[in-house]
Design a protein around this ligand. Structure first.
Ligand code: DQA
Length: 145
């Protein structure tokens, strides 16, 4: 079973981008930890990052054919991309929304997630552990099937 981790705009700069908000870890370092945990749990894991809305949508479409579930940090697209929302709604595999920061404790515009209603669930505010919690959530879903 393969799990896909998708990171959207500006998340390639993790580690150097606003570390007081997003932490010191690079995306690469987070992905290494996720790979180790996924292997322990018996999953294949794949990573995709893009700053472009279309590329994220294309990868979500492809995931419906080759992945069991998706962990998605859509970055700022979370707050306004109806196209991304529709892509998630179009595929049947579970998508877990994640955010490093607690989006509800920040600016007003971050309190809206247009993707949340079509995601299986949302995890926000636990730093890099948000991704790990999403992995456990998917493991739980698959375990129930
Ligand atoms: C983020 C929160 C978003 O509001 C922001 O635009 C990001 C990162 C997070 O992981 O906390 O790029 O998704």
């Amino acid at each position: 079973m393969r799990i896909l981790v998708i990171n959207g705009p500006n998340l390639n700069l993790l580690g150097e981008r606003e570390p007081s908000v997003y932490g010191d870890n690079s995306l690469e370092a987070i992905n290494v930890e996720l790979s180790e945990k996924a292997a322990e749990l018996g999953y294949e894991i794949e990573f995709f990052q893009s700053n472009g809305e279309g590329a994220l949508i294309d990868r979500l479409h492809a995931a419906r054919l080759d992945c069991a579930g998706v962990i998605l940090n859509a970055g700022a697209y979370t707050h306004y991309s109806y196209a991304l929302r529709d892509a998630i709604a179009a595929i049947k595999i579970p998508v877990v929304e994640v955010h490093l920061s607690n989006v509800d404790s920040r600016e007003e515009f971050r309190k809206t997630s247009v993707i949340a209603p079509v995601c299986k669930g949302s995890i926000s505010g636990f730093g890099k552990q948000s991704y790990m919690l999403a992995l456990y959530a998917l493991d739980n879903i698959f375990g129930e099937k």
